[in-house]
Structures are given as structure tokens and as C-alpha cells.
Design a protein around this ligand. Structure first.
Ligand SMILES: [Zn+2]
Length: 134
């Protein structure tokens, strides 16, 4: 299976995990993974450690995409609108955008718990997605 983006997520036996980094100095957590420097302007540490991010979070915002995004995104033909959610991860508090699998905007609400899953994009590669929390 081909991942849509290498090094940002992994499908493991226990489920889909986002691959973040954590500053060894101040503890700032990053996603996408940032490996060369800490984004905290008051921190000069360059030692960023790989960390698996929490698999669950709560909806911070959401919308649907009724028009296909521009290239290089490969949209399904005919285009099927997708649902997108920005989810605040448990514990670390950062917000991660993703396509929502199996839920429409009418079924989403701010604060609703979602869990990471994965799905295939229209041109085949695997991508992390948000799904109903089990
Ligand atoms: Zn730092």
C-alpha cells in the first residue's frame, strides 16, 4: 500500500498513528513532523524527537468540499463532495486537518470525538482520515 505522504503517518496493528515530533527542550509538539528546529521562538533546541500522536481528538471545525481541489490533487470522476474536519488532538492540543470518512457535515458537531482511520484517495494512495470514535 502506498501512503499519500511518507513519514507523516503509519498504519499499525493498533490503528492509524500520526507521526509528530516533540522538542527535547521545551516539549513543544509538532505536526507535520519538524526535525531540524523547535518552532517555539523562546527555545533554541534543535533536538526534535519522533513521537506518536494521540489517535483521538475533538472536532474544532468542519466543512464540506463541494468542488474538487486543484491539481496535483486527483479528484474522483465524477467528483463526490468530501467532508473535512479540523480535530484538536487529545493531550497535545494541536489541530490536525483531515478528510472525514463515513460522516457528513450534518452528522458532525464542534466538540464531537473522532478517531483516526485511513482511506484511499481517488487515485489510490492511502491517507489518514477522521472517523467516528469507536
Ligand atoms: Zn523547544
Amino acid at each position: 500500500m502506498t501512503y499519500a505522504i511518507d513519514g507523516w503517518f503509519a498504519v499499525e496493528p493498533g490503528g492509524v498513528r500520526l507521526l509528530g515530533t516533540r522538542c527535547a527542550g521545551c516539549g513543544t509538539v509538532c505536526f507535520p513532523p519538524r526535525r531540524d528546529s523547535c518552532p517555539n521562538p523562546r527555545c533554541e533546541v534543535t533536538d526534535m524527537e519522533e513521537t506518536l500522536l494521540p489517535r483521538r481528538g475533538r472536532v474544532w471545525s468542519y466543512t464540506n468540499a463541494c468542488y474538487p481541489p486543484p491539481a496535483p490533487y486527483v479528484a474522483a470522476q465524477p467528483y463526490e463532495p468530501v467532508t473535512l474536519a479540523a480535530v484538536e488532538l487529545d493531550e497535545v492540543g494541536i489541530v490536525v486537518l483531515g478528510q472525514v470518512k463515513g460522516l457528513t457535515v450534518e452528522q458532525l458537531a464542534v466538540g464531537m470525538e473522532l478517531e483516526l482511520t485511513s482511506g484511499e484517495l481517488a487515485d489510490g494512495p492511502l491517507m489518514w482520515m477522521w472517523g467516528r470514535a469507536s
